[in-house]
Design a binder for this molecule. Structure first.
Ligand SMILES: Cc1ncc(COP(=O)(O)O)c(C=O)c1O
Length: 409
């Protein structure tokens, strides 16, 4: 099976502007189908939910369809899909809710691999409750998050383990399932940051052992919407702050105010886009995928995406490694296709500026991987350059980046 990147790129109007979009880790472009789904929601007339008239019913249907789409993407139950503006906001909300049960003597475990959005909300909530924070460390020579250390970090006092499914800078994909199994063995909950992993690999929250799994649609071709999925039975035990007349049930009681209904229609279209990437469900090579529904198509497509991105990433890393003036961070055995590097004699900002002039979009800085930037000794020197691949990037994007970085020797 070959991944038809030309066909994929044609779905994204923004990619015709001549830039190499290697900034997907900070947000992807959106395909026409997503733009149309959002526009169609507005065109068709939408009211707020819960009313007696058809436009209100349409909003209700959009919300229900979005929960089902996110369930298909992650393997969760639609009844456990909490919708919100972004991962950070939802994680603060869950931290506020879960930490009500914590007190002095309780412990939470966070990691230095994580984006700060899966660190600071827990650290701050623990401080408010007098609970203790324990840190899982990154082996800076390999950029791995060794799961064995959790044996020492966990105890019957551990209430929560927060860990990422993939680093947003060095790409490391830790063994979340092993960490979660150890956490569950001591009765702790596991909160997984899936924001960087979701665009790159098939996701199965059950296999990961995630009690909560957070992801943001704008990282995988959708609009600026975040979600946290959790088991409905677990959510039933939690009591978030809510307005008196707001829905009392699950997952509605975790959602604040009026939702961005049109954007939610875009999220559903983005999941459908991912499901349609590859392989062709009508192909005789893939019997059963079409019959298995969208969940099966998502899993098959994301497996194809992972294979395609892995190959393209080898080209990118090989090119960077061949340049003596480039230092690459990120050495993990299992990783998302995200490069993090510095260039001798040029600050990360200068490199990003040089690349922008050559129509290559990359990020510079710590990208909110604040603890990791500190551990790698990069926090006070402007971080590093981040070039990340997603499924719409191609050889030409990578070659353009390599040629432009090569000019800085
Ligand atoms: C790994 C990771 N976690 C969390 C976040 C925060 O996500 P959001 O912007 O949806 O709050 C990001 C955003 O860059 C991220 O890359």
């Amino acid at each position: 099976m070959t991944f038809d990147v030309k066909r994929v790129r044609a779905a994204y109007p923004a990619l015709s502007d001549g830039y190499a979009y290697l900034d997907g880790a900070a947000g992807t472009q959106v395909p026409t189908a997503v733009i149309e789904a959002i526009a169609d929601a507005y065109r068709s007339g939408i009211g707020n939910v819960g009313g007696t008239f058809p436009a209100s019913g349409r909003a209700g249907s959009i919300v229900a369809a979005c929960r089902q789409a996110l369930a298909d993407l992650t393997g969760a139950s639609p009844d456990g899909v909490i919708l919100g503006p972004n991962m950070t906001t939802l994680t603060y909300r869950l931290a506020e809710t879960l930490s009500r049960r914590w007190g002095p003597g309780d412990e939470v475990v966070v990691s230095r691999l994580d984006h700060d959005a899966n660190v600071r909300p827990w650290v701050q909530a623990a401080a408010r409750r007098g609970a203790t924070v324990r840190w899982a460390e990154v082996d800076t020579s390999t950029t791995e998050l060794p799961p064995a250390q959790y044996g020492d970090l966990l105890s019957e006092r551990t209430r929560l383990v927060a860990v990422t499914a993939a680093s947003n800078v060095v790409g490391t994909r830790p063994d979340v399932a092993a960490i979660a199994a150890d956490a569950h063995a001591v009765g702790a909950l596991v909160y997984v940051d899936g924001v960087h992993a979701t665009p790159h690999v098939p996701v199965d929250v059950g296999a990961l052992g995630a009690d909560f799994y957070a992801t943001s649609a704008y990282k995988w071709s959708g609009p600026h919407i975040g979600t946290v999925v959790g088991g409905p039975a677990l959510l039933e035990t939690l009591d978030p702050d809510k307005l008196a007349p707001a829905p009392p049930g699950v997952p509605g009681r975790f959602e604040r105010g009026t939702a961005a209904f049109a954007d939610l229609a875009g999220v559903t279209a983005a999941v459908e886009h991912l499901a349609s990437l590859d392989p062709d469900p009508n192909s005789p090579d893939n019997p059963g995928i079409a019959a298995g529904g969208r969940r099966q198509r998502v899993l098959a497509s994301m497996a194809a995406v992972e294979e395609y991105e892995t190959q393209l990433f080898a080209r990118l890393l090989g090119g960077l490694d061949a340049m003596e003036h480039v230092t690459s961070y990120g050495r993990a055995a299992r990783r998302a296709p995200t490069a993090f590097f510095t260039v001798t004699g040029h600050s990360p900002r200068q490199v990003a500026e040089h690349l922008a002039v050559r129509r290559v979009n990359v990020w510079n800085g710590d990208n909110y991987a604040w603890e990791l930037a500190g551990a790698l000794g990069l926090r006070d020197s402007g971080g590093a350059v981040r070039a990340g691949l997603v499924h719409y990037n191609d050889d030409a994007d990578v070659d353009r980046l390599l040629a432009a970085v090569g000019e800085l020797a």
